[in-house]
Design a protein around this ligand. Structure first.
Ligand code: ZN
Length: 378
């Protein structure tokens, strides 16, 4: 009896958005479910985790929009485990921007890239529009090779926060034009056609400072000193682009610096799926992002001097897990929003000094700690 009522309610919820009047705010919720194929979840040895070993490399992985909801959906759809949830160090990140309780990806990306909170929409500039140095600009002069990988376009807010200085995240041409003067050694994101739609002068300036390839197997990539790799697509037909390019970036940066490297990897489309309340997309993108995390954690395990930090720039969709059957790869969830929310996002870390990232911290604190670790003389 109870089960049939529940099934009826679920069907009703799935068929029609649930609308409730709370005070003067209307909240519309939509429900959906999906099945996922089980993928590997890696568990490292924890031999180096939390030790005081010297850190040469830091890999920061940002799941755009990846709040508790996306992590829960991905984990239970994958039989109850992910590489990120197999880690032992956890914290929370508060994401508020300088002028808004609910941040956007530009302000939070800037906080992660510079250690300074700014206004929504700003990239690499503080609230009074003064340029703030980003992690690559601060670490490259010390000898670190720096890179970004994203499933967004390269001008997307999160990757752009690590090389551009613009008061508007929508200033697409100006953002691409900031790339040649950046301190990046490796950049890969969308796409070939976006690049080719830029003014010829910008394309030429980028090609002067970087070797540019559209195929990772292009022989020009191997002998290059600075590389931009632009795939034909970063949407769901991209195959294993994100984990494969994470590995490519690690190999490329390791080979080009004796000092060490900093790499930012973004799973950009968890957010985009949540904006459209696409539950299968949210699960698929979270699982794909976890494959890139596995690549990073496996490298950290082999290397012994690499710290991996996984978090998000903000939550999106007020996404929750409502039902599941991990053995079947089944999850059902509800979105209570089509926008970003101000909720704290989870953080996972693995490697030496990982414990410094536990507890509750601001998004800007994460960047400050990264700079403190790699910038110190130790
Ligand atoms: Zn968003």
């Amino acid at each position: 009896m109870r089960k049939s009522i529940l099934l009826f309610l679920t069907a009703l919820l799935a068929a029609t958005p649930l609308t409730a009047q709370t005070g003067n705010r209307e909240i519309t919720a939509s429900a959906a479910d999906t099945y996922a194929e089980k993928q590997n979840a890696y568990t490292p040895s924890f031999r180096i985790d939390g030790t005081n070993a010297r850190i040469r490399n830091i890999i920061l992985l940002i799941g755009d929009g990846m709040g508790q909801g996306a992590v829960n959906l991905g984990m239970y759809a994958n039989g109850g485990e992910l590489t990120m949830t197999n880690l032992k160090t956890m914290g929370y990140v508060r994401t508020q921007s300088a002028n808004n309780f609910t941040t956007d990806s530009a302000a939070s990306g800037t906080a992660y890239a510079t250690g300074v909170k700014t206004k929504n929409g700003y990239l690499g500039k503080d609230s009074s529009k003064v340029n703030i140095p980003n992690i690559p600009e601060l670490l490259a002069p010390l000898g670190y090779a720096c890179g970004v990988v994203s499933t967004d376009d390269l001008n997307g807010a999160t990757p752009a926060a690590f090389f551009a200085h613009q008061a508007s995240r929508n200033a697409k041409e100006e953002i691409w034009a900031d790339l040649p003067a950046s301190q990046l050694t490796f950049a890969s994101a969308g796409t070939q056609s976006v690049f080719e739609s830029m003014p010829l002068s910008t394309q030429e300036a980028i090609k002067k400072r970087f070797t540019l390839v559209y195929d990772p197997a292009d022989p020009a990539a191997a002998g290059s000193q600075r590389l931009v790799y632009l795939p034909p697509s970063v949407t769901q037909d991209r195959g294993d682009y994100l984990p494969a390019t994470t590995q490519m970036a690690i190999d490329y940066l390791s080979a080009r610096s004796k000092k060490g490297f900093f790499l930012m990897v973004e799973g950009a489309r968890i957010d985009k799926s949540e904006h459209s309340n696409d539950l299968p997309g949210t699960v698929w993108e979270t699982l794909d992002f976890d494959k890139a995390i596995e690549v990073a954690v496996r490298f950290a395990e082999r290397d012994g001097h690499t710290l991996v930090i996984i978090s998000a720039d903000h939550e999106t969709g007020a996404t929750i897990l409502s039902k599941g059957d991990p053995a079947q790869g089944y999850v059902s969830g509800i979105f209570a929003s089509k926008s970003h929310t101000p909720m704290m996002v989870p953080l996972f870390a693995y490697g030496p000094r990982s414990r410094e990232f536990s507890g509750v911290q601001e998004n800007s604190d994460v960047a400050r700690k990264i700079l403190q670790i790699l910038g110190s003389k130790k």
